[in-house]
Design a protein around this ligand. Structure first.
Ligand SMILES: C[S@@+](CC[C@H](N)C(=O)[O-])C[C@H]1O[C@@H](n2cnc3c(N)ncnc32)[C@H](O)[C@@H]1O
Length: 246
């Protein structure tokens, strides 16, 4: 009874009571190193109230791909950071791994770019418009959320206006999370040639029917770059690894 009351009040505050003693179905559920980092990132980015299972699983995949990326051979870049939830975890991992690289973040800091015909999915134009504004977060807030990481460089602007500033860099991991057709296609075309061998490119929105432009952009670019090793995941993410078929 007491537990039920505590559970109820925590739920009102946006928290969920999870017992670490409860029988786990999967080793993923017991991966406290991941869950602790994810929850820390949520706190730093004021996102504890919007936690959900699918998002947690997507970040789990991101964390493990990051651990396998050839970080010594290239830098890391994120396209689309919103409040910094994924960026926090990426930066934390880079610091732990002792990587000496700059972590590059590109974002409008004004939400999603205007949608085109390719971007209108289930729920129609209205739902896309609502989400567009929902993802606006000022650069100052993100920089404050991530202030403990001095090696982050921010590029404020609409993709691809500031890409030329990293034209001479090489990348080991590129996380593309900008939802819409044009910036995803622009990001893929710019960063794929700059990805090192065995470098990883992650597409957060590939399988999301709400953002059909993401799948269209990625599928077109995969064909252009001769179908590299590519895996779509049940979470809606997808990733490719460069050079495995050379
Ligand atoms: C879904 S959010 C990113 C979420 C973040 N990666 C995370 O896991 O917490 C999408 C982000 O993409 C940015 N964005 C969308 N379209 C953009 C564009 N054309 N140019 C620059 N940034 C864009 C938005 O401002 C927003 O921050």
């Amino acid at each position: 009874m007491v537990k039920a009351i505590i559970k109820y009040f925590l739920k009102q505050l946006g928290y969920e009571l999870i017992s670490r003693k409860a029988p786990a179905q999967l080793y993923y559920e017991l991966d406290w190193e991941f869950h602790d980092l994810y929850e820390l990132a949520q706190e730093k980015c004021q996102m504890t109230k919007t936690d959900n299972t699918l998002r947690r699983q997507r970040h789990y995949t991101l964390n493990y791909l990051l651990k396998n990326a050839p970080l010594a051979n290239g830098e890391v870049c994120e396209l689309g950071c919103w409040r910094g939830l994924s960026a926090y975890q990426i930066a934390y991992h880079l610091r732990t791994a002792g990587a000496k690289n700059v972590f590059h973040i590109f974002d409008s800091f004004a939400g999603l770019s205007p949608f085109e015909a390719a971007d209108i999915g289930q729920g129609g134009q209205d739902s896309t418009e609502t989400r567009r504004k929902q993802f606006a977060c000022p650069l100052e807030t993100v920089a404050d959320n991530l202030k403990e990481f001095s090696f982050i460089k921010y590029y404020k602007g609409w993709i691809p206006t500031r890409f030329s500033e990293v034209a001479n860099h090489l990348f080991s991991l590129v996380h593309i999370d900008v939802d819409m057709y044009q910036p995803i296609a622009d990001s893929f075309r710019f960063f794929y040639p700059r990805l090192v061998k065995e470098g990883i490119m992650i597409f957060d929105d590939y399988g999301c029917t709400q953002f059909p432009g993401a799948k269209k952009a990625v599928d077109e670019c995969l064909r252009e770059f001769h179908q590299p090793f590519f895996v779509p995941l049940p979470s809606g993410q997808a990733f490719l690894i460069k050079g495995l078929r050379d």
